[in-house]
Design a protein around this ligand. Structure first.
Ligand SMILES: O=C(O)C1=C[C@@H](OP(=O)(O)O)[C@@H](O)[C@H](O)C1
Ligand SMILES: C=C(OP(=O)(O)O)C(=O)O
Length: 450
């Protein structure tokens, strides 16, 4: 798993026009949930388009450890024979979730109301991330947790023997926390309620409804209120995982900053809880259009066309948009470096607790590449240098963070001098075909240690 093997240094160089079609892999959030909900259904769930990145493969292994029968049938095609809600077996060994915050947090929630004990670990990045945001609410159901100082993994969760239904208001905008509580609520008699002040990605709610759970969502004065009726029998599903908008962000943004580019990224879900980056790019003057807009599986979908955009202007990104583009700020900061004027990004405290402190990681690398970045605890800003203004010519630390690695690779495709990544290995957690896909469009990225 990422972070366990030797580093893979890479170099990204100024590239010719990027042209062609970028077929990005399946959505990471939906892939994790397909495996977990498939494991909690009774019967066989069939999945196509599953993201076969390290994060999701870790979740597949974890579901096997909890007793589900999970089999890869072919490229992105998987079968899960579930054990039913309440049917999880106690894993025989430690569950290693690698680099995946989504994996560990959702699985902790899913097992917290079963009478079993499980111990979770992960790579150095995941071991540094806060788990109190999940262990606090699952304690209300009656689960106990024993972890390292600061609520870090390795951590053992002792599932509640007689779980009680819970009403919980999430203290931070987090779909992982919301999802952990809902998954815990599945094996509890009565109604579990989650209230979130800001709407976050809603894949768990949509998929629970698809699997046959009784779940309602209302907008109230307190916020977005989700009510789940416990102990349903989840019905197995046939799932086609849509392509990941967070992965689409990389070829889209690279095309905007590399002269002469014209790239089509087909079949991208534009669920409003995920699409904030694309609207922000349009606001800063990017030549980004939605072609062939349609509805598939109840979700808005379009083909994205991104063309070189030399006239982008810095803006203030609305803070209320943060949840809908939380993973896209690193690549947005790269695009902002090629705009004219300052881009302000307020309301982004959560960026400090991702695979890395993403404000710190991007600020360090952008400054090394010649870009002025200012930052506070929950905001940052980038002074754009205009279309050909970024010097580059530095080595950046990717700090076990795939989004940092891919963002700096894209910077290297457009900066005057190359960008070296100390380790491109983390890219495989979410976008294992990033190098061939970007090279196929004309980007210059090579592994620099032969
Ligand atoms: O629920 C999910 O699938 C995710 C939620 C987000 O995390 P938070 O819930 O911590 O915001 C996001 O950053 C992550 O990549 C995937
Ligand atoms: C934050 C991310 O993932 P996770 O929390 O699942 O590690 C991400 O993919 O950008």
């Amino acid at each position: 798993m990422s972070g366990h093997g030797p580093a893979i240094p890479m170099t990204a160089r100024k590239s010719g026009p990027l042209k062609g079609e970028a077929r990005v892999p399946g959505d990471k959030s939906i892939s994790h949930r397909s495996l977990i909900l498939g494991a909690m259904a009774v019967g066989e769930t069939h999945i196509t388009g599953l993201l076969e990145g390290e994060d999701v493969l870790g979740t597949a292994d974890a579901m096997r450890a909890f007793g589900a029968d999970v089999e890869r049938l072919g490229d992105g095609e998987w079968r899960v024979n579930g054990v039913g809600v309440g049917g999880f077996a106690e894993p025989e060994d430690v569950i290693d979730c690698g680099n995946a915050g989504t994996g560990v947090r959702l699985i902790m929630g899913a097992m917290a109301t079963s009478p079993i004990t499980a111990t979770f670990t992960g790579d150095a990045s995941l071991r540094s991330r806060p788990m109190g945001r999940v262990t606090d609410p699952i304690a209300l159901f009656g689960a106990q947790s024993y972890g390292r100082d600061g609520g870090r993994i390795p951590m053992t969760i002792v599932g509640a023997r007689e779980p009680v239904a819970v009403t919980y208001t999430t203290p931070m905008a987090s779909a992982q926390v919301k999802s952990a509580v809902l998954l815990a609520g599945l094996n509890v008699p009565g109604k579990t309620v989650v209230i979130e002040k800001e709407a976050t990605r809603d894949h768990t709610e949509r998929m629970l409804a698809g699997f046959g759970a009784e779940i309602t969502v209302e907008d109230t004065d307190e916020g977005h209120k989700i009510t789940l009726t416990g102990q349903p029998e989840l019905k197995p599903q046939t799932i086609t995982v849509p392509r990941d908008p967070s992965s689409a962000a990389f070829p889209v943004c690279a095309a905007l900053i590399v002269p002469g580019s014209d790239v089509l990224v087909p079949n991208i879900g534009l669920n409003p809880t995920r699409a904030g980056l694309f609207y922000t790019l349009q606001d800063i003057g990017a030549d980004l259009t939605f072609e062939n807009e349609r509805v598939e599986g109840g979700e808005p979908v379009a083909d994205l066309r991104a063309k070189y955009s030399p006239n982008m202007k810095g803006i203030e990104v609305p803070a209320e948009r943060a949840a809908s583009m939380i993973d896209e700020y690193p690549i947005l900061s790269v695009v902002a470096s090629f705009a004219t004027g300052k881009t302000d990004m307020p309301g982004v405290h959560e960026l400090r607790v991702k695979e890395s402190d993403r404000i710190d990681a991007m600020a360090k690398g952008l400054r090394a590449a010649g870009v002025t970045v200012d930052e506070g605890e929950d905001w940052w800003s980038v002074e754009g240098l205009g279309p050909d203004g970024v010097p580059g010519g530095c080595t950046v630390a990717t700090v076990l963070d795939h989004r940092i690695a891919m963002s700096f690779a894209c910077l290297g495709f457009a900066s005057r001098k190359p960008i070296n990544l100390d380790d491109g290995g983390p890219i495989a957690t979410s976008f294992p075909v990033f190098e061939p896909l970007m090279s196929g469009l004309g980007a210059q990225i090579v592994r620099s240690n032969g």
